[in-house]
Design a protein around this ligand. Structure first.
Ligand code: AMP
Ligand code: MG
Length: 419
């Protein structure tokens, strides 16, 4: 089998898609508490150092090393410094009782943990181990220097990042606004779960599964989803929804109907309302993918045509899922200003064989197995959504490549793809 020359490579498709992804304007301020998963608009620069003062990493005694030249020295305890308090300068020849997080008193240069000290009947303390200079002292600014950039514009905020923002006093953060994404599914065969009970499903009908995972994926990636439901397989209905969806949304995502069969109405509908590229991408699962623009009159009366991006995914559930991850995900992240949208892959060992080379780059659904290896879901058909729910991620297998058990493969985890 030879690589198929008439197909577009995924890298080229991604480059073309990203070339159209301009960061959305109108960022918004959100409470840091609510900012998980949002994309930071501007660098966060620290107005202070963290920790603010040298402080103790242990419950114990602050001492001057010069006073404890050997083990067994007994020092009077001159003061007590709990967390949140700053003591007096430490008098030579004395120790200060100190607790974790409390500021190290001026003059002290080490902390002796309480496990290495014995309180004497008269209240003085015996130091049983010679302290090394700076021992158990957390240095002022060791986490964050004053004026340093703590969080970078274009990063997706994680729980740890929120904590870091809080540690420099930021109660609110400026983040990209959520892309507004209209989502609809096409297909006369589709029925919503809940609308018809399984035993009453008419022959030939199936439940609409794409709608569920696409909506969840978009939401996880920070989008506001405007669900436009199921659209029957006819051109007028497709155009009506498309026109409606273009209003007020940044992006329209649809599934199915993107081939060029008589029952595929997405292409003519988009062409009537805007511009469309319909690509056959050399990826498996995947292949048909539509990318274009819908024009509508701008509501603000400026007379300018408003452009809404359009992405049409294949109908087969796994094709739809994988195409979303490889093309829609980077696009919606870039709309939010995220720079690096390429998922990181890691090397894993294959616990399976692929004996037949495929002409297309393939994303094999796999899951973690023993000792740094991944195992393959047995049915890699693009209609078998079980593979995606079962898997922990995909192996990105180049075109024309066989795999032998024990070979290194490039693995991209679903966790990585949802960051
Ligand atoms: P199409 O792209 O319209 O030719 O659809 C390809 C396959 O995907 C067909 O078997 C459809 O029934 C199936 N399909 C399309 N849309 C959905 C959906 N929303 N949920 C589940 N399966 C779908
Ligand atoms: Mg169809």
């Amino acid at each position: 089998m030879k690589p198929q020359a008439n197909l577009m490579s995924l890298d080229d498709a991604l480059a073309a898609v990203l070339a159209q992804a301009v960061r959305l304007d109108a960022p918004e301020m959100v409470d840091t508490f609510e900012a998980d998963g949002r994309v930071l608009w501007a660098d966060a620069v620290s107005p202070l150092q963290v920790p603010p003062l040298d402080n103790s990493a242990m419950d114990g005694y602050a001492v001057r090393c010069a006073d404890v030249a050997q083990a067994g020295v007994v020092l009077p305890v001159s003061q007590r410094i709990p967390a949140g308090h700053v003591g007096e300068p430490l008098q030579p020849g004395t120790a200060a009782r100190i607790f974790t997080g409390a500021a190290v008193p001026q003059g002290a240069d080490a902390i002796v943990m309480q496990e290495d000290a014995d309180v004497q009947p008269d209240g003085s303390v015996r130091i049983n181990a010679v302290p090394a200079p700076s021992q158990w002292v957390r240095k002022a600014g060791e986490d964050i220097a004053n004026g340093s950039t703590v969080l970078h514009a274009g990063m997706r905020l994680t729980p740890a990042a929120l904590g870091l923002a809080a540690s420099i006093g930021m109660a609110q953060l400026r983040v990209a606004r959520r892309p507004r994404v209209a989502l609809f599914s096409t297909g006369d065969e589709l029925v919503m779960p809940g609308a018809v009970a399984p035993q009453d499903m008419p022959p030939g009908s199936i439940y609409n599964s794409n709608r569920f995972f696409l909506r969840a994926l978009l939401q996880r990636l920070g989008c506001e989803v405007n669900d436009c439901g199921i659209v029957p397989d006819n051109r007028d209905a497709t155009m009506r929804v498309m026109r409606e969806a273009a209003r007020g949304n940044d992006l329209i995502v649809s599934t199915a109907g993107v081939s060029v069969g008589e029952e595929d109405h997405v292409k003519p509908a988009v062409e009537a309302l805007g511009e469309l590229g319909l690509w056959k991408i050399s990826m498996k699962p995947g292949k048909p993918f539509a990318f274009g623009t819908i024009f509508s009159q701008d509501a603000d009366g400026s007379g300018q045509r408003k452009r809404t991006h359009f992405m049409g995914l294949p109908g087969n559930p796994v094709s739809s899922f994988v195409t979303f991850l490889m093309l829609v995900r980077p696009f919606v992240l870039r709309l939010q200003g995220m720079e690096n949208v390429t998922p990181r892959s890691v090397r894993m060992k294959a616990a399976f064989d692929i004996t037949k080379a495929d002409a297309r780059r393939e994303f094999l659904r796999v899951r973690y197995a023993e000792q740094g290896s991944v195992e393959l879901f047995k049915n890699q058909s693009s209609g078998v959504l079980t593979s995606a729910a079962w898997g922990d991620g995909v192996v990105d297998n180049p075109a024309m490549t066989t795999i032998q058990r024990g070979d290194w493969v490039r693995f991209i985890s679903f966790a990585e793809l949802l960051q």
